[in-house]
Design a binder for this molecule. Structure first.
Ligand SMILES: [Zn+2]
Length: 454
């Protein structure tokens, strides 16, 4: 009684004193009852399972009936798995714009566009993303907003601008360009002050495909940056497209690959090395496939999930001016030749036991589902895709102790599906509920075209 009667007094005091303070989010415990669980570790389906979530963490997983005071979600005839993770995106909103003066470019800080895009990831069942290269100030500002709970978004992991060399591939205005080592060390120290989750380096003499050769790191300079990142407790991933660069990066101790080998069929020796080292490899076939596919079949821009989360004008741009740019630049025909090799490399890496980690190199949530369908096309079983899209991506980020599987003590980022994901990757689209940090996301409240139409 005393507690109840003290509430009006508390409110009165707070009304005067803390009118501007944010309302704390009430953390509610959650019980998902009688569900078929895929825990993300590669373990077989666990039918009739109860999963209890407390304070944003997985508290208990039981084949028996869990008794708890919690909001209940009936999981009968449904399938529970960890939330999807995309280990390779570039969040829109922080682009470096046109040259405004010689040597100067305008950097945008368009948080509204970024937030809408992040809503699209949640709507697609994605509860974590790694931004693999962006305007440094922009992406860490977005990450800070996410961590502070100011925006509704998947978990944001980021590295800031890519690390390249002057004149190298991906050495644009937002990149950190390594030349003189003392200067580079100072620049890296400044980057470490942002507490990056993982750096992304560039090791590619040709950028992508038909470009003229460009400068890149020497193996020694590359290793020096990786070693310096590790000395500062920061992981490093790397953009590669050729097998020889991937080998150099692995020899230098890089922690992950931001692409599979794409420039050619990989040799068995490389496939064996990647598998033996268990180095996580972001799959990223969809970026190339969509650019190849748009020339003949731009209709995928109108598939239901794309239409749900991407504005009509943006989809129209993809089908018209963007499509034309990809055709006239030669990218579409080039990638059309290349995708079958990338798919074959993926298949062989998977069969050899490599750690594939789902990534898209795109900037919209539905791309995750398109990537899943490409993995299936490569011959990866739908059941294996569950781990590839969850725990393996946590490994990519070095966060497998905290997230990526439905294991007691880990973060409660979950995806509830109406159809069995192990039967067909298309079933990953049958989204019933998305849970981040133990909180069910109100999908109908997201700022997306699907909700504006209602
Ligand atoms: Zn990328």
């Amino acid at each position: 009684m005393t507690r109840v009667s003290s509430i009006p007094l508390l409110l009165a005091v707070c009304g005067a004193v803390c009118a501007v303070a944010a309302v704390p989010v009430q953390s509610k415990d959650l019980l998902i009852r009688n569900v078929t669980l895929y825990d993300g570790t590669g373990a077989a389906a666990q039918p009739n399972t109860d999963v209890l979530v407390k304070n944003g963490k997985i508290a208990q997983v039981s084949a028996g009936h869990i008794k708890a005071r919690a909001a209940v979600i009936d999981g009968t005839d449904k399938f529970l798995m960890p939330g999807l993770i995309d280990s390779h995106i570039h969040l829109p909103g922080g682009q470096v714009g046109a040259v405004t003066a010689p040597g100067e470019r305008k950097m945008t800080m368009d948080k509204a566009t970024a937030t809408k895009t992040l809503h699209g990831y949640l709507y697609s069942g994605v509860t974590s993303i790694y931004d693999s290269g962006n305007n440094t100030d922009f992406i860490f500002a977005m990450r800070a907003d996410e961590r502070a709970g100011k925006i509704t978004a998947p978990r944001i992991f980021a590295g800031g601008g890519t690390i390249s060399v002057p004149g190298g591939y991906a050495s644009g205005a937002s990149a950190l360009k390594v030349a003189d080592w003392d200067q580079a060390k100072a620049d890296l120290d400044a980057r470490f002050a942002y507490k990056p989750d993982m750096l992304k380096l560039i090791l590619d003499r040709q950028g992508l495909f038909f470009n003229k050769a460009v400068p890149t790191f020497t193996p020694e300079a590359f290793k020096r940056v990786v070693d310096y990142a590790h000395a500062n407790g920061v992981r490093a991933t790397v953009h590669i497209s050729a097998e020889w660069d991937a080998e150099t990066a692995i020899a230098a101790g890089v922690d992950a690959l931001a692409h599979p080998v794409m420039r050619s069929l990989a040799n068995d020796e490389f496939v064996g090395l990647a598998a033996a080292r268990k180095i996580p490899i972001s799959t990223t076939i969809v970026v190339f496939n969509n650019i190849a596919r748009v020339a003949d079949d731009p209709g995928f821009f109108d598939e239901p999930l794309m239409a749900a989360v991407i504005e009509p004008a943006e989809r129209e741009r993809g089908k018209t001016s963007e499509r034309q740019r990809y055709i006239t630049s030669g990218m579409s025909p080039m990638f059309k030749l290349m995708v079958p090799y990338a798919l074959d490399n993926i298949r062989r890496l998977h069969q050899a036991g490599a750690v594939l980690a789902l990534g898209t190199d795109r900037a919209f949530g539905p791309a995750v589902h398109q990537e899943l369908e490409l993995l299936a096309k490569a011959g990866v079983p739908a059941f294996d895709c569950i781990q590839i899209a969850t725990l393996n991506n946590a490994k990519y980020l070095g966060k497998e102790a905290e997230m990526g599987s439905v294991t007691p003590g880990k973060m409660a980022d979950l995806l509830l599906l109406d159809a069995d994901p192990a039967q067909d990757v298309k079933n990953f689209r049958a989204i019933s509920a998305v849970i981040k940090d133990g909180q069910r996301i109100d999908l109908a409240a997201l700022d997306l075209p699907v909700n504006h139409r209602k």
